[in-house]
Design a protein around this ligand. Structure first.
Ligand code: KG4
Ligand code: ZN
Length: 339
């Protein structure tokens, strides 16, 4: 049975078709980055309108790429939250309308669950339990995932998400939106030990993160430099900033594995595309003997294949729940305890 996935929680309009062996038949992502770059961040109202413009062309392009007709769609899955309400509403309305027209079942998927499910597109035989480190522009969370589809939050950020820390600090350094990928590119030629940026909550025996102090430190540091010095030091500031974020993520993830006594770690979400984070976790995996699973680069950022994969997982485990209520703040653990 083939699922159509629809993702529209932020600034990517995406559709994908995934079969019940977790094979991706087509995966189309239209990124609105260019539209929002001029504002230095995502403007929710503009994002909603862009989703409205693009959702139908993206849908048809996906069918064409897979060489399928819409009659071959077996079920429809869409992101019901968390995310921006206007953009979510576009994806949800489109999914509901299409489900009525095609007379197909419809499933609302938690966006975070979607990111976790992206691992099944890489490892279809992956078995829970495992720890998932979800790092994106809006989320930095450590989850314990038990079979079947039971999520327990171990810890999350108290303020900014890791992607937000990359983006906001990069903006202070004059890098465009989203700054995360550009910070990691600049960092390649910088000295990661040049500046000692703070790693909050480091000494505490918990799984929480905090990145807002780091952003303030970058601000203070850049304010002490003139334009020429800033340009000269930018690569090293990026490398030092990246080191502070990556070390904090790696430390807490390894701590979570030790505390839960689990031996598999999933790294998912947009920031999992960061080469330094991937490398550091690979090294830790070798050193401490755990298994690291990271989706391929095209599945790290927001996409609809992960939404379709989550629906396939739910269907195969008999855990489908229907479209549910749309919410910009759905919490995965609460959602699970209700269902
Ligand atoms: O998962 P995602 O596509 O969207 C959300 O659900 O938020 O994550 C986007 C985030 C942005 O903050 C972006 O700057 C960050 O992922 N990101 C990176 C890299 N590639 C994307 N951060 C650091 N290094 C990268 N290479
Ligand atoms: Zn995401």
């Amino acid at each position: 049975m083939i699922y159509l996935g629809i993702e529209s929680s932020c600034d990517e309009t995406a559709c994908a078709l995934v079969d019940d062996h977790f094979q991706i038949l087509a995966n189309t992502v239209y990124s609105q980055i260019d539209i929002h770059a001029v504002y230095g961040g995502v403007v929710p109202e503009i994002a909603a309108r862009a989703h409205l413009d693009k959702i139908l062309p993206v849908y048809y392009e996906t069918l064409k790429a897979a060489g399928l007709s819409q009659d071959q769609i077996g079920g429809i899955a869409f992101t019901r939250g968390p995310g921006l309400l206007g953009p979510l509403l576009v994806g949800s309305s489109f999914a509901r309308g299409l489900a009525l027209k095609l007379r197909r079942s419809i499933e609302g998927i938690n966006h975070i669950e979607g990111h976790v499910a992206s691992a099944f597109l890489t490892e279809p035989n992956l078995k829970a339990p495992f720890v998932a480190l979800v790092v994106s522009g809006g989320h930095t969370e450590l989850w314990r995932v038990d079979a079947p589809l039971c999520y327990t939050l171990l810890g999350k950020t108290r303020d900014d998400a890791a992607g937000e820390a990359f983006d906001k600090s990069g903006k202070l350094l004059g890098l465009g939106y989203p700054a995360g990928p550009q910070v990691s590119k600049e960092a390649e030629t910088g000295d990661a030990n040049a500046i000692e940026f703070p790693q909050a909550l480091d000494q505490r025996d918990n799984f929480e993160f905090s990145f807002s102090g780091l952003k303030t430190s970058v601000l203070r540091y850049t304010q002490s430099l003139n334009e020429k010095e800033l340009l000269h030091q930018r690569a090293s500031i990026c490398a030092s900033l990246q080191k502070a974020i990556v070390e904090s993520l790696v430390k807490k993830a390894c701590r979570a594995l030790r505390a839960t006594d689990l031996d598999t770690l999933l790294l998912v979400g947009g920031v999992s595309a960061n080469p330094s984070l991937r490398l550091n976790l690979q090294e830790s995996a070798k050193r401490f003997g755990f298994r690291l699973i990271v989706p391929s680069l095209d599945l790290c950022g927001d996409n609809a294949a992960m939404i379709a994969a989550a629906a396939q997982m739910r269907r195969q485990l008999g855990l489908l729940r229907g479209p549910g209520e749309l919410s910009p703040n759905i919490d995965l653990s609460c959602e699970n305890s209700k269902g």
